[in-house]
Design a protein. Structure first.
Length: 310
Protein backbone atom coordinates (compact mmCIF):
# COMPACT_ATOMS: atom_id res chain seq x y z
CA UNK A 1 0.00 0.00 0.00
CA UNK A 2 1.58 3.29 -1.07
CA UNK A 3 -0.48 5.35 1.39
CA UNK A 4 0.28 3.72 4.75
CA UNK A 5 3.97 4.63 4.92
CA UNK A 6 5.29 1.10 5.58
CA UNK A 7 8.94 0.63 4.61
CA UNK A 8 10.81 -2.58 3.95
CA UNK A 9 10.56 -5.35 1.39
CA UNK A 10 10.10 -8.70 3.12
CA UNK A 11 7.43 -10.56 5.10
CA UNK A 12 9.14 -10.14 8.45
CA UNK A 13 9.40 -6.37 8.14
CA UNK A 14 5.76 -6.22 6.94
CA UNK A 15 4.56 -8.12 10.01
CA UNK A 16 6.67 -5.94 12.32
CA UNK A 17 5.33 -2.69 10.82
CA UNK A 18 1.67 -3.70 10.65
CA UNK A 19 1.45 -5.39 14.02
CA UNK A 20 3.99 -3.12 15.74
CA UNK A 21 5.97 -6.08 17.15
CA UNK A 22 9.61 -7.15 17.39
CA UNK A 23 11.64 -9.47 15.18
CA UNK A 24 11.13 -12.68 17.22
CA UNK A 25 7.38 -12.04 17.63
CA UNK A 26 7.08 -11.50 13.88
CA UNK A 27 8.71 -14.90 13.27
CA UNK A 28 6.27 -16.55 15.68
CA UNK A 29 3.29 -14.96 13.88
CA UNK A 30 4.53 -15.87 10.40
CA UNK A 31 5.29 -19.45 11.44
CA UNK A 32 1.85 -19.85 12.96
CA UNK A 33 3.13 -20.29 16.52
CA UNK A 34 1.41 -17.15 17.75
CA UNK A 35 -1.94 -15.77 16.50
CA UNK A 36 -1.67 -12.32 14.93
CA UNK A 37 -3.39 -9.50 16.73
CA UNK A 38 -3.75 -5.79 16.16
CA UNK A 39 -3.75 -3.23 18.95
CA UNK A 40 -6.90 -1.12 19.47
CA UNK A 41 -4.93 1.95 18.37
CA UNK A 42 -3.81 0.27 15.14
CA UNK A 43 -7.35 -0.99 14.47
CA UNK A 44 -8.72 2.56 14.85
CA UNK A 45 -6.04 3.94 12.53
CA UNK A 46 -6.96 1.35 9.91
CA UNK A 47 -10.66 2.18 10.25
CA UNK A 48 -9.94 5.89 9.72
CA UNK A 49 -7.73 5.18 6.73
CA UNK A 50 -10.38 2.94 5.15
CA UNK A 51 -13.07 5.58 5.71
CA UNK A 52 -10.86 8.23 4.13
CA UNK A 53 -10.12 6.04 1.12
CA UNK A 54 -13.82 5.19 0.69
CA UNK A 55 -14.73 8.89 0.78
CA UNK A 56 -12.07 9.71 -1.80
CA UNK A 57 -13.38 6.98 -4.11
CA UNK A 58 -16.99 8.14 -3.62
CA UNK A 59 -15.98 11.73 -4.42
CA UNK A 60 -14.21 10.61 -7.59
CA UNK A 61 -17.21 8.49 -8.66
CA UNK A 62 -19.60 11.38 -7.97
CA UNK A 63 -17.54 13.76 -10.08
CA UNK A 64 -17.33 11.22 -12.91
CA UNK A 65 -21.11 10.69 -12.87
CA UNK A 66 -21.70 14.44 -12.86
CA UNK A 67 -19.34 14.90 -15.80
CA UNK A 68 -21.03 12.06 -17.74
CA UNK A 69 -24.52 13.48 -17.08
CA UNK A 70 -23.45 16.96 -18.21
CA UNK A 71 -21.95 15.51 -21.39
CA UNK A 72 -25.16 13.52 -22.00
CA UNK A 73 -27.30 16.64 -21.64
CA UNK A 74 -25.03 18.53 -24.04
CA UNK A 75 -25.44 15.77 -26.66
CA UNK A 76 -29.23 15.78 -26.16
CA UNK A 77 -29.57 19.57 -26.48
CA UNK A 78 -27.46 19.60 -29.66
CA UNK A 79 -29.61 16.93 -31.37
CA UNK A 80 -32.48 17.58 -33.77
CA UNK A 81 -36.11 16.83 -33.01
CA UNK A 82 -37.12 13.45 -34.42
CA UNK A 83 -40.02 14.90 -36.42
CA UNK A 84 -37.58 17.17 -38.30
CA UNK A 85 -35.25 14.35 -39.36
CA UNK A 86 -35.88 12.49 -42.66
CA UNK A 87 -32.85 10.27 -42.00
CA UNK A 88 -34.23 9.06 -38.69
CA UNK A 89 -37.55 8.32 -40.36
CA UNK A 90 -35.71 6.41 -43.11
CA UNK A 91 -33.91 4.32 -40.48
CA UNK A 92 -37.19 3.42 -38.77
CA UNK A 93 -38.66 2.55 -42.19
CA UNK A 94 -35.81 0.06 -42.64
CA UNK A 95 -36.85 -1.53 -39.34
CA UNK A 96 -40.47 -1.86 -40.50
CA UNK A 97 -41.62 1.05 -38.33
CA UNK A 98 -43.18 3.03 -41.17
CA UNK A 99 -45.12 6.27 -40.96
CA UNK A 100 -48.36 4.32 -41.37
CA UNK A 101 -47.62 2.29 -38.24
CA UNK A 102 -45.81 5.02 -36.31
CA UNK A 103 -47.14 8.39 -37.51
CA UNK A 104 -45.86 10.36 -34.48
CA UNK A 105 -42.29 9.79 -33.33
CA UNK A 106 -41.60 9.74 -29.57
CA UNK A 107 -40.29 12.93 -28.02
CA UNK A 108 -37.71 10.85 -26.16
CA UNK A 109 -35.72 10.21 -29.35
CA UNK A 110 -33.79 12.72 -31.45
CA UNK A 111 -31.27 12.73 -34.31
CA UNK A 112 -27.63 13.81 -34.35
CA UNK A 113 -26.33 14.29 -37.94
CA UNK A 114 -22.62 13.94 -37.13
CA UNK A 115 -21.84 12.42 -33.75
CA UNK A 116 -18.33 11.19 -32.80
CA UNK A 117 -17.89 7.67 -31.41
CA UNK A 118 -15.15 7.64 -28.76
CA UNK A 119 -13.96 4.48 -27.01
CA UNK A 120 -11.38 3.99 -24.30
CA UNK A 121 -9.06 1.13 -25.27
CA UNK A 122 -6.16 0.08 -23.04
CA UNK A 123 -6.28 3.35 -21.13
CA UNK A 124 -6.36 5.58 -24.22
CA UNK A 125 -9.34 7.32 -25.83
CA UNK A 126 -9.74 6.71 -29.56
CA UNK A 127 -12.11 8.16 -32.15
CA UNK A 128 -13.45 5.00 -33.82
CA UNK A 129 -16.19 6.51 -35.96
CA UNK A 130 -18.33 9.54 -36.55
CA UNK A 131 -21.64 9.90 -38.34
CA UNK A 132 -25.42 10.16 -37.96
CA UNK A 133 -26.99 8.69 -34.83
CA UNK A 134 -30.34 8.19 -33.15
CA UNK A 135 -30.20 9.71 -29.67
CA UNK A 136 -32.59 8.71 -26.88
CA UNK A 137 -32.89 10.21 -23.42
CA UNK A 138 -32.86 7.94 -20.33
CA UNK A 139 -35.03 9.25 -17.51
CA UNK A 140 -34.71 8.23 -13.87
CA UNK A 141 -37.51 7.74 -11.33
CA UNK A 142 -37.60 11.51 -10.72
CA UNK A 143 -38.37 12.09 -14.44
CA UNK A 144 -35.05 13.88 -14.95
CA UNK A 145 -32.82 12.89 -17.88
CA UNK A 146 -29.67 11.19 -16.61
CA UNK A 147 -28.16 9.64 -19.75
CA UNK A 148 -28.35 9.41 -23.53
CA UNK A 149 -28.43 6.19 -25.53
CA UNK A 150 -26.89 6.53 -28.99
CA UNK A 151 -27.29 4.26 -32.02
CA UNK A 152 -25.01 5.09 -34.95
CA UNK A 153 -26.72 4.68 -38.31
CA UNK A 154 -25.73 3.65 -41.82
CA UNK A 155 -28.71 3.42 -44.14
CA UNK A 156 -26.70 1.36 -46.64
CA UNK A 157 -26.64 -1.55 -44.16
CA UNK A 158 -29.54 -4.05 -44.14
CA UNK A 159 -30.57 -3.14 -40.58
CA UNK A 160 -29.60 0.52 -40.89
CA UNK A 161 -26.94 0.38 -38.16
CA UNK A 162 -23.33 1.45 -38.65
CA UNK A 163 -20.58 -1.18 -38.78
CA UNK A 164 -17.77 0.05 -36.53
CA UNK A 165 -14.38 -1.68 -36.82
CA UNK A 166 -11.15 -0.52 -35.20
CA UNK A 167 -7.81 -2.36 -35.43
CA UNK A 168 -9.58 -5.46 -36.70
CA UNK A 169 -12.11 -5.61 -33.85
CA UNK A 170 -15.82 -4.98 -34.28
CA UNK A 171 -17.63 -2.68 -31.81
CA UNK A 172 -21.32 -2.26 -31.02
CA UNK A 173 -23.01 0.66 -32.83
CA UNK A 174 -24.88 1.40 -29.58
CA UNK A 175 -23.46 3.24 -26.57
CA UNK A 176 -24.74 4.86 -23.37
CA UNK A 177 -23.42 8.08 -21.85
CA UNK A 178 -24.41 9.06 -18.32
CA UNK A 179 -26.14 7.12 -15.53
CA UNK A 180 -28.94 4.64 -16.32
CA UNK A 181 -29.64 3.93 -12.61
CA UNK A 182 -33.27 2.72 -12.33
CA UNK A 183 -34.03 4.58 -15.55
CA UNK A 184 -35.63 3.77 -18.92
CA UNK A 185 -36.22 5.26 -22.36
CA UNK A 186 -39.85 6.39 -22.15
CA UNK A 187 -41.22 6.01 -25.67
CA UNK A 188 -44.91 6.33 -24.82
CA UNK A 189 -46.53 7.19 -21.48
CA UNK A 190 -50.27 7.85 -21.86
CA UNK A 191 -52.32 9.40 -19.07
CA UNK A 192 -53.99 6.84 -16.82
CA UNK A 193 -51.98 3.81 -18.00
CA UNK A 194 -51.59 0.92 -15.56
CA UNK A 195 -49.69 -1.47 -17.87
CA UNK A 196 -46.02 -1.08 -18.80
CA UNK A 197 -44.54 -3.03 -21.72
CA UNK A 198 -40.75 -3.14 -21.88
CA UNK A 199 -38.21 -4.54 -24.30
CA UNK A 200 -34.45 -4.20 -24.24
CA UNK A 201 -34.07 -1.97 -27.28
CA UNK A 202 -35.90 0.97 -28.78
CA UNK A 203 -36.83 -0.88 -31.97
CA UNK A 204 -38.18 -3.92 -30.12
CA UNK A 205 -40.30 -1.78 -27.81
CA UNK A 206 -41.62 0.37 -30.66
CA UNK A 207 -42.56 -2.84 -32.49
CA UNK A 208 -44.66 -3.90 -29.50
CA UNK A 209 -46.23 -0.45 -29.40
CA UNK A 210 -47.34 -0.42 -33.06
CA UNK A 211 -48.90 -3.87 -32.56
CA UNK A 212 -51.33 -2.09 -30.18
CA UNK A 213 -51.81 -5.01 -27.76
CA UNK A 214 -53.57 -2.79 -25.20
CA UNK A 215 -55.84 0.23 -25.38
CA UNK A 216 -53.88 2.27 -22.85
CA UNK A 217 -50.40 1.01 -22.02
CA UNK A 218 -46.99 2.64 -21.62
CA UNK A 219 -44.01 1.42 -23.68
CA UNK A 220 -40.51 1.96 -22.32
CA UNK A 221 -37.17 0.54 -23.48
CA UNK A 222 -35.13 -1.03 -20.68
CA UNK A 223 -31.73 -0.28 -22.33
CA UNK A 224 -30.25 -3.76 -21.78
CA UNK A 225 -31.13 -7.13 -20.27
CA UNK A 226 -28.86 -6.70 -17.27
CA UNK A 227 -30.52 -3.42 -16.32
CA UNK A 228 -34.00 -4.96 -16.60
CA UNK A 229 -32.92 -7.94 -14.49
CA UNK A 230 -30.56 -6.58 -11.86
CA UNK A 231 -28.26 -8.83 -9.86
CA UNK A 232 -29.30 -12.46 -9.54
CA UNK A 233 -28.74 -14.64 -6.48
CA UNK A 234 -26.44 -17.62 -6.82
CA UNK A 235 -28.21 -20.83 -5.84
CA UNK A 236 -26.32 -24.08 -5.44
CA UNK A 237 -27.08 -26.53 -8.23
CA UNK A 238 -28.53 -23.87 -10.55
CA UNK A 239 -26.64 -21.99 -13.21
CA UNK A 240 -29.32 -19.29 -13.35
CA UNK A 241 -31.52 -19.05 -10.27
CA UNK A 242 -33.97 -16.42 -11.53
CA UNK A 243 -34.06 -15.07 -7.96
CA UNK A 244 -33.27 -11.38 -7.35
CA UNK A 245 -30.64 -9.93 -5.06
CA UNK A 246 -32.91 -7.52 -3.20
CA UNK A 247 -30.06 -5.27 -2.07
CA UNK A 248 -29.66 -4.23 -5.72
CA UNK A 249 -30.19 -0.47 -5.98
CA UNK A 250 -29.35 0.30 -9.62
CA UNK A 251 -31.65 -1.95 -11.70
CA UNK A 252 -34.95 -0.79 -13.19
CA UNK A 253 -37.95 -0.60 -10.88
CA UNK A 254 -41.40 0.32 -12.31
CA UNK A 255 -43.24 3.41 -11.03
CA UNK A 256 -46.04 3.10 -8.46
CA UNK A 257 -48.80 3.39 -11.10
CA UNK A 258 -47.77 0.17 -12.86
CA UNK A 259 -50.10 -2.72 -12.00
CA UNK A 260 -48.96 -5.01 -14.83
CA UNK A 261 -45.35 -5.21 -16.02
CA UNK A 262 -44.68 -7.10 -19.26
CA UNK A 263 -41.16 -7.98 -20.37
CA UNK A 264 -40.51 -8.89 -24.01
CA UNK A 265 -38.15 -11.87 -24.32
CA UNK A 266 -35.86 -11.76 -27.35
CA UNK A 267 -35.06 -15.17 -28.81
CA UNK A 268 -31.68 -14.30 -30.31
CA UNK A 269 -29.71 -14.85 -27.07
CA UNK A 270 -29.22 -17.91 -24.83
CA UNK A 271 -32.83 -18.77 -23.83
CA UNK A 272 -32.34 -20.14 -20.30
CA UNK A 273 -30.17 -17.23 -19.27
CA UNK A 274 -32.51 -14.67 -20.86
CA UNK A 275 -35.59 -16.20 -19.25
CA UNK A 276 -33.95 -16.37 -15.82
CA UNK A 277 -32.84 -12.73 -15.98
CA UNK A 278 -36.31 -11.53 -16.97
CA UNK A 279 -37.85 -13.58 -14.13
CA UNK A 280 -35.29 -12.06 -11.76
CA UNK A 281 -36.28 -8.53 -12.75
CA UNK A 282 -40.00 -9.23 -12.53
CA UNK A 283 -39.69 -10.90 -9.12
CA UNK A 284 -37.76 -7.91 -7.79
CA UNK A 285 -40.44 -5.56 -9.10
CA UNK A 286 -43.26 -7.66 -7.63
CA UNK A 287 -41.48 -7.77 -4.27
CA UNK A 288 -41.16 -3.98 -4.21
CA UNK A 289 -44.57 -3.15 -5.73
CA UNK A 290 -47.34 -4.93 -3.86
CA UNK A 291 -50.05 -6.36 -6.13
CA UNK A 292 -47.97 -6.05 -9.31
CA UNK A 293 -48.51 -8.70 -11.99
CA UNK A 294 -45.45 -9.72 -14.02
CA UNK A 295 -45.53 -11.43 -17.41
CA UNK A 296 -43.04 -12.49 -20.10
CA UNK A 297 -43.87 -12.47 -23.82
CA UNK A 298 -41.36 -14.51 -25.89
CA UNK A 299 -40.65 -13.55 -29.50
CA UNK A 300 -39.71 -17.13 -30.37
CA UNK A 301 -36.42 -18.97 -30.96
CA UNK A 302 -33.74 -17.13 -32.91
CA UNK A 303 -35.56 -13.84 -33.40
CA UNK A 304 -36.70 -10.68 -31.71
CA UNK A 305 -40.01 -8.88 -32.00
CA UNK A 306 -38.75 -6.57 -34.73
CA UNK A 307 -37.76 -9.59 -36.85
CA UNK A 308 -41.41 -10.68 -36.74
CA UNK A 309 -42.58 -7.26 -37.92
CA UNK A 310 -40.13 -7.31 -40.81
Amino acid sequence: CRKCGIKGNDQIQLAREVLQIGFLEALEVLCGEKPASVSPYEAEQRRKLKAQQDKEQDDIATQQRKKARNKARKIWRASELAKDSPKLRSYLDLRGLTADLLPVLPQSIRFAPDLPYYKQIKGETHLLHRGPAMVAVVQGPDNIGTAVHRTWLDLSQPNGKAVIVFQGEKYSPKMLRGSKRRGAIRLHSPEGADTLVMGEGIETTLTAMVAQPYDNAAFWAGIDLGHMAGRMLKVKGKRYSGEPEMKEDRAFIPPDWVRRLIYIMDGDSEPKMTRAKLECGLKRAMELRSGLEGLIVPAGPGRDLNDILN
